[in-house]
Design a protein around this ligand. Sequence first.
Ligand SMILES: Nc1ncnc2c1ncn2[C@@H]1O[C@H](COP(=O)(O)OP(=O)(O)OP(=O)(O)O)[C@@H](O)[C@H]1O
Length: 350
Amino acid sequence: MKLEARVGFPDRDVDLDLAVAAGRTLALLGPNGAGKSTLLASVAGLLRPAAGRITLDDRALYSHNGSDDASWVPPHARGVALLAQEARLFPHLSVLDNVAFGPRSAGMPRGRAREVAHDWLTQVDAGEFAERRPSALSGGQAQRVAIARALATEPHLLLLDEPLSALDVDSAPAIRQLLRRVLEGRTTILVTHDILDAVLLADDVAVLEAGRVVEQGPTARVLTRPTSRFAARIAGLNLVRGTAHGTTVTTSTGLHVEGLSDDPLPDGAAAVAVFSPSAVGVYRQAPAGSPRNVVHARVTELEPHGHQVRVHTAHLSADVTPAAVAELDLAPGAEVVLTVKASEVAVYAA
Ligand SMILES: Nc1ncnc2c1ncn2[C@@H]1O[C@H](COP(=O)(O)OP(=O)(O)OP(=O)(O)O)[C@@H](O)[C@H]1O
């Protein structure tokens, strides 16, 4: 089913508008406090927006038009399942009864509900734990059971709130693989801080910043041609925002970055210049006679990055070899000149 959600919380300065197409997974990305949990809780029915409208296909789960005639479907009647960071299984029930709980609550006879629970446990490779209590499961095993419990209710919409973040590094990859399998064809919203989750699990990505959706689109597009600084950072790219003049982007502080553009941009249009840290050269003094983009900056941090060292400055990053770090005597506070060839910079509308 297709989800459309417009939710407004003036007291939180949150005003979000997004949609998830039927059968697709949308990853919600954004810094702390961006509004991801607020959106999830609103869709689950745990939080009531001050304004907006939430629909699953044609069914309104919540609507409010400024007067008193709001419609409100309670959480249990929404057909929405929420999977949290921790499995939160009922401690006094066996694993099997945990999974059978949803179908039983929906009126399914006990024997049939247990059969359904068995099927789901088998599908998540947790059949062997059926008779155990949750206290006898590892974190990864418990999360498998929680996935089975969520899916056994046959939800129209699945909400995943950082489902891998509480797992240790050894069990997360297997659960990620499992999610990849079970999310296929299900309408899902996935809140994550992990770029790997977005790449492996999500068809689309929405980036939230300060209570607003700042960009939304297919995952591959957002990660290769980001228009927000947050998306650029998680994609490992430099992004300079400003206005276009030809194929040059000029920032509000007067920095000019020239690049290449597929489509001509109207003069003065909002635009970004995007380039990889590996395309950035680092010098102590401006190289003579260079046609490149040149930016004066100060090193803020050095960070290992594969076999390279990522040199961070206030707005841009560069990847250099460890030998170059030694040769240039780079350290936080060092003044540097960064260069990038126009042919390495993509300029497009933001
Ligand atoms: N219970 C609350 N009462 C009032 N304001 C809140 C409450 N919970 C969150 N907020 C505010 O709402 C805004 C959105 O917060 P939210 O928790 O949705 O962000 P988030 O993207 O989920 O962040 P995180 O990644 O840290 O979980 C923030 O400004 C936050 O301070």
